[in-house]
Design a protein around this ligand. Structure first.
Ligand SMILES: [Zn+2]
Length: 182
């Protein structure tokens, strides 16, 4: 083998090595790209799943709240009809330290705030966004803030009002239009 041939052989070997390295790097690059795309796709799918889970949860919660009688375990079957034994709403009137009031049903986690009417609820709280009121009492009458306060009043629940710090105004009893549930 001449020196020339030897050199040629070395060059070929080097070319071969370089080519193989290039191919390897290209493959690695492609793999990385693919896995990043996969990851992106995976996250998108998870995100979509989470969104639909959230939507399903919201739907479920709304359904539970719409069908809740907001009363303590008082429902008994009477001639096949579900009926409450007595009025004792499972609601709690709470006043936060900033004065914000809230009535919460401990049964379905529904929360009513001042400004909520029979027709709509202000959500998020303190915003001006109106969402349809999905809550009803056992007579099918919508429950707004007044009705929620009525349920939380001492006559209608054995729960007592809780206050974070300061006492705010005395609850005004709602007028005659408030449903008289029994
Ligand atoms: Zn409830």
């Amino acid at each position: 083998m001449t020196n020339e041939q030897q050199q040629q052989g070395k060059d070929d070997l080097l070319k071969d090595i370089l080519l193989k390295r290039e191919q390897r790097e290209a493959a690695e690059f492609e793999k990385k790209e693919l896995s990043e795309a996969d990851e992106k796709h995976r996250k998108e799918v998870i995100g979509m799943q989470r969104e639909s889970d959230d939507a399903a949860n919201v739907k479920r919660t709304l359904r539970i709240q719409a069908n809740c009688d907001h009363r303590k375990g008082t429902v008994v079957k009477h001639k096949g009809v579900l009926r409450a034994k007595q009025i004792d709403f499972m609601v709690n009137h709470h006043v936060f330290s900033n004065g914000q009031q809230r009535v919460k049903c401990e049964k379905c986690s529904m929360k009513w705030y001042p400004g909520d009417t029979k027709e709509y609820l202000l959500r998020p709280v303190l915003s001006k966004t109106r969402v349809p009121n999905h809550t009803r009492d056992s007579q099918g009458v919508p429950i707004g803030w007044r009705e929620a306060l009525w349920m939380a009043s001492a006559d209608n629940t054995t729960n007592t009002r809780t206050t974070a710090e300061r006492i705010v105004q005395v609850i005004t009893p709602p007028d005659a239009e408030v449903p008289k549930t029994k």
